[in-house]
Design a protein around this ligand. Sequence first.
Ligand SMILES: [Ca+2]
Length: 291
Amino acid sequence: MRIYRQQLMSGAAAARDTAIIIDVFRAFTCSAMLLSYGVECLLLEEDPDNWDASLYLGRIYTRWGRFERALSLLPEKADVWDAWAWLNRAFCLDALGRRNEALDIYENLAQWGASCSIGAWAQLGLEKPTWPADLPIEPEPGEFRFTPTREWHASASDSAVYFGPESAIDGDRSTSWGTGGSPDKMQDGHHPGQWFKLVFDSPQRVSRVVLDHYGEKTFYTNNWARGLKAEVTLNGSTWEPVEVTAGGPRAPHTVRFDPPQEISGIRFEVAEKHLPEWWSIAEVFVFSRSQ
Ligand SMILES: [Ca+2]
């Protein structure tokens, strides 16, 4: 057997026929990428003697919706280092209708606070049964969604390699824009002043703009901006602030215009510092309606 060392993104894109990925941490990320690149079947190799590997596999199975399988791998009790795995156990219990057992875990994890992603998910879990399945973003009654065109222009203050702003308006929820950075550097995550801007080719009558931080088939569901401001323009030079809803685990940032408003561009800017997650947008959903 010949073993090739590949970069994360290019390796996932280049995989053909049967690919074996060594290093479960990369597999955690690669599995989502491989699925988005059209892989039909992923087989996970389990190692009962490798605790960390079991936890990651449990999280992958949870995201795939194989909750019984995931439960056999995820811990019944956890310390701070295994908290994500423990949270995923609560998701599985919720999905299987074992609400009281899930609530016990959420109550333990919610004390971490909503500023931490685990705490935000646990808080949501206390409110209602919760697990990270894909998030539908559909037109409301009377609405239609604009299809992004090549004439739309997206730009941003910061972008990671392979995660340019154009990926937020390519019509594909499996690709995304992201601020980038490494979580082990204190200046990364996302921070006040970082911005994302979308300008249309001509003024559009808009009823709602939704920032999908969730995407599709992804494991990175926590990249909503912590604190976000929004402003719109009609002439490209004068900007007016508009209200934008708070983001959260199952809540994309939303700007609503009631009645619909004609705008030529919209701009978002981070207002709070947050570590370690990037701010990401898989797609900007722009809706309109006639009245
Ligand atoms: Ca996209």
